[in-house]
Design a protein around this ligand. Structure first.
Ligand SMILES: C[S@@+](CC[C@H](N)C(=O)[O-])C[C@H]1O[C@@H](n2cnc3c(N)ncnc32)[C@H](O)[C@@H]1O
Length: 188
């Protein structure tokens, strides 16, 4: 046994900012490593809906190669300001203190991390046209479920069902830990 790989320095910086802000709703490292890995395959513009304190953004930034742009929107202006601090010297990342819908005209995106924590706002219909062909959507924070349709909290999880069956995407749910899964959906 050995320790897990070190965190990229930009991610450590984001954790420091989160800690200072008392913010704890950041993505897990397993999701972060998935984001970084997918970001490394991307060109163009990557987006995140729901910045929090910038941990997910930092994971995306740690993965990208070359001339890529990352835009991220956070409704809470204090959190957005804190996250912007992490990327103050980095022209490739723009943090907006705004509702995610203000990013609609900055697409189409080659990767979109849907993490605003408002499931009804991130249904396939409101998102599909924001993603370029071959573009990837990532949603996390699911509890792995072997049933179909998937169940969350005793109810059919229609959001997960929708993302996994929509004809506009080829999608898969992947376990990122024994207690957590994510959806990766690629635009056809
Ligand atoms: C789960 S946290 C984000 C964590 C972050 N993506 C990360 O990986 O560290 C969800 C964030 O979305 C923000 N949020 C909620 N509704 C939003 C909206 N309509 N537009 C932008 N941000 C929103 C919340 O204020 C909260 O900080």
């Amino acid at each position: 046994m050995s320790a897990p790989p070190d965190l990229p320095s930009i991610v450590s910086r984001a954790f420091d900012v989160s800690r200072k802000s008392g913010y704890v709703s950041f993505c897990r490292n397993e999701t972060g490593r998935l984001l970084a890995t997918l970001a490394a395959t991307r060109t163009g513009t990557l987006a995140e809906f729901g910045t929090g304190c910038g941990v997910g953004t930092a994971w995306l930034r740690s993965g990208v190669r070359g001339d890529v742009r990352i835009v991220t929107a956070e409704l809470d202006a204090k959190l957005a300001d804190a996250a912007a601090e992490i990327f103050v010297d980095d022209d490739s990342v723009e943090v907006l203190a705004a509702d995610w819908s203000t990013l609609r005209d900055q697409g189409p995106f080659s990767l979109l991390f849907l993490d605003s924590g408002t499931p009804s706002a991130v249904g396939v219909d409101s998102i599909a046209e924001l993603v370029e062909p071959g573009g990837i959507v990532v949603l996390d924070d699911f509890v792995p479920c072997e049933l179909w349709p998937p169940i969350t909290g005793g109810r059919v999880d229609t959001l997960r069902e929708q993302w996994l069956t929509d004809d506009r995407f080829t999608a898969v749910e992947v376990m990122i830990a024994s207690d957590a899964s994510a959806i990766i959906a690629t635009r056809r």
